[in-house]
Structure formats: structure tokens, C-alpha cells
Design a protein around this ligand. Sequence first.
Ligand code: GLC
Length: 439
Amino acid sequence: MMILKSIWRSWTNQWHHLWQQRIFYGAIAAITAVLVFGIHSFVLSQQPVQVSILMQALERSQWEPIVERFEEENPDIDLEIVEGPNATNLVEDLYTSAFLLGDSIYDIVYMDIVWTPKFAAAGWLEPLDDRVSDEELSAFLEGDIEGGRYDGKLYRMPFRSDAGMLYYRKDLLEENGFEPPETTEELIEISQTLQEQGDVEWGYVWQGRQYEGLAAVFVEVLEGHGGFWVNPETEEVGLDEPEAIAALEFLTDTIDQGISPTGVTTYQEEEARRFFQNGRTVFMRNWPYVWPLANEDDSAVQGKIAIKPMVHQAGFNSGACQGGWGLALVKDSPHKEEAWRVIEFMTSESVQKQFILDTAYVPSRRSLFNDPDIVAEYSHYPDLLEVQERSVLRPPIAQYAQASDILQRNLSSALTGRLSPQQAMEQAAAETRRLLGRA
Ligand code: GLC
């Protein structure tokens, strides 16, 4: 009996001991797990939140100083700039595919003014009306704010504005006693004279490639001939009206008359800029970003250039295409608050001023056009405000991307001689009417 008792005691003791050990090790394991989890979450919470934006390659490097400044002032946010192609419609396609696939990796859209209706109508963006007051918005150019609205709501904060204009060789015009041209006829005449004299190889370069830049060129010529593309209120299409055909004839004439090189039909902004900057042409249509680049030390035209509003047909007005870029908040972003902090920072007056001083892009805040530091660097800015405030919008309709594609394709057919200007415009008008359901 004694023996049995002692066996039982030793057996229960062992079990007891085993249980104690189990509890002990279990507790250690649980504490370790809690600690590891806690430390892990702590480390994660200390790591900066990543906010991503996609933008054109050209601009990515220009953003570097302001991205650095943002990250220094906001160590909890890592601002990731993803580099895309330079053509606006290709960047638009990349954003569009990301949104269509769902779970977009972008938190902010760096958005061309012409994308607003499509992106807003598709429901990809967060309305910003609750985040910014009317008073804050009144500091920006009206065209830039309007270009960020769709269906009465604001979706895009303006970052920089843009307007197309005519660059010319001030030196060549002065030496030859010419005033800067007002009309298309004057531009052709000055070009031909200077080309015949052998002063310059070509007269006029512009963006003639089949892409969004060509649509921007065309709205200016169209305005300068008294025509219209699509009336956004009535959806009436004006592309087959005589004014629109005459506008396209001006562009085809520049090629047929040897004022523009045939290669102009492959040019985007950068090709035209290089051509002008190498001193090969008297006139160029481009955006304001060219100014500081064409005035750099290695430019053949440094100090020899000036800008003015686009030429027009006698009796009509100059048209400057309203361009520009802004920042929009992606509706499904998991980091909306951080993304909004980026937008607030980038669109603030002091950051915009720094960016403009570095790059000579056009401000979207009205006060900066007359800012003494900016005017000291770029004396033409007060004049730019006037050009900017008279700029022409491309039609703000949800089907803009398709409408622009139709126009670009048909313009390109005429510029490369596959269709006459009249055929091209009739076809463009018919396709646009079908697109808008007005056929
Ligand atoms: C500029 C303008 C933009 C336009 C593009 C065309 O980037 O700011 O609005 O669509 O040029 O190439």
C-alpha cells in the first residue's frame, strides 16, 4: 500500500511539474509573441507612410527639390514619384489602366486639366469641396479652378497653369524691320522673307504629331479663325464648319509652303523646342516651360527670343490653349489624409513660388505673376497673366479622351496628305457626333 501511494505521489508530482513547466513555457511564449507583435507594430507605425504619384519623366526631376523639402518637413510620409512617359495621353492611359484593374498603387493623380471630366465621371476621385474653402480657392486663376470641377464638385487642386503661345526670334525680326506678327498671313510672310534671305532654315515649328499636343495646337488656330470644336452645353460639333476647315488649312499650308519642315508631323513639345533652341526656325508654338531652357548658356538663341499671343486670322482673336496640371485625391487610396497633406503642401504659395522660380512654369496662383522675386527672374510674367486669363478650354466633356483621339487622327490624316482638310474635318465632325450620340 505504501509502495502504491509513493508511486501515485511521484506520478502526480511529475504531472504537476510537467504542467507547471508547460504553463511556464506557454506564458513565456505568449509574452514573447505579444512583445514581438507590439514591437513590430511599433516599428511599422514609425515607418513613413508611402504616398505615390505618377508623372511625366520631364517633370519628375524638376519636382526633386520640393519632394525633398516635403519629406524633411513631413518625416512620417515617404513621397514616391513614379516616372511615366512625357506625352500627357500616355500618362493618362497608365492611370486609367491602374484604376480599371482596381487597387491602384497611386494615392494622388497628377492631372492634366483635360482629364478631369473623365476621371471624375468614372468615380476614381474624391471630391475636395469639404477640404478647401471658397476663399482659399479664390487665390487661384479661375480657368484652373473651373478646369478642376465636374458636375458642380471640385476634384483637382491647381498646381501649375499653362497656356500655348508664340515664341519668336526678336533679333531677326528687329534686324529686318519686322514687327512681331499678329496674323497668320504676317507669320507666313516674315518666315518666307527670312528663309529666302538665308537668315534661317525654317519659318515655324509646332506640335504636329498625333497626340494630345496636336489637339492643343488646333484649338488655338481654331479660335484664331473664329471656329469651335464642341460646345460643352449643347454638345453641338463645329469641326466641319468653314472656320474649322480654314484653321486646318493654315496648318497644312505651313507644311506645303515649306515654312514648317515635313518632320513637324512627328514633333511633340520637346522636338519643337530643340529645333527652335538650335536656331533653325524663326517661330515656334509651345508652352511657357521652354523660356528658361531656350535662355540657358548652351542655347543658340539665348537672349534673342520673345513671346506673344498666338497669331490669328485678320478680324479674329488670338487663342491660347488653357493647359495646366493639378493634384487630385484617389478615392480608394488607403492613405487619403497623408495624400491630402501632400496636395496642401504642393499647392501652397511658398512651394509654388519655389517651383516656379526653379522651372519657369506658369503659376496657378494669381499673386505670383507679380511677385517681385519672380518678376526679377522672369520679367514677362505680368504679361503672361493676361494671356492666361484669356485662354481657351478644350471641351470639358466626359468623353474628351475619345473626342480628342478622333480629332488628332483626322488632323494627322490631313497633315500627312492622306485626306484633304475638308475631308478630314467632315470625318472628324461625323465621328464626334456619333460619339456624343448626335448623329
Ligand atoms: C501641356 C499642357 C497640357 C496639355 C499638354 C499637351 O502639358 O499643360 O494641358 O494637354 O501640354 O501636350
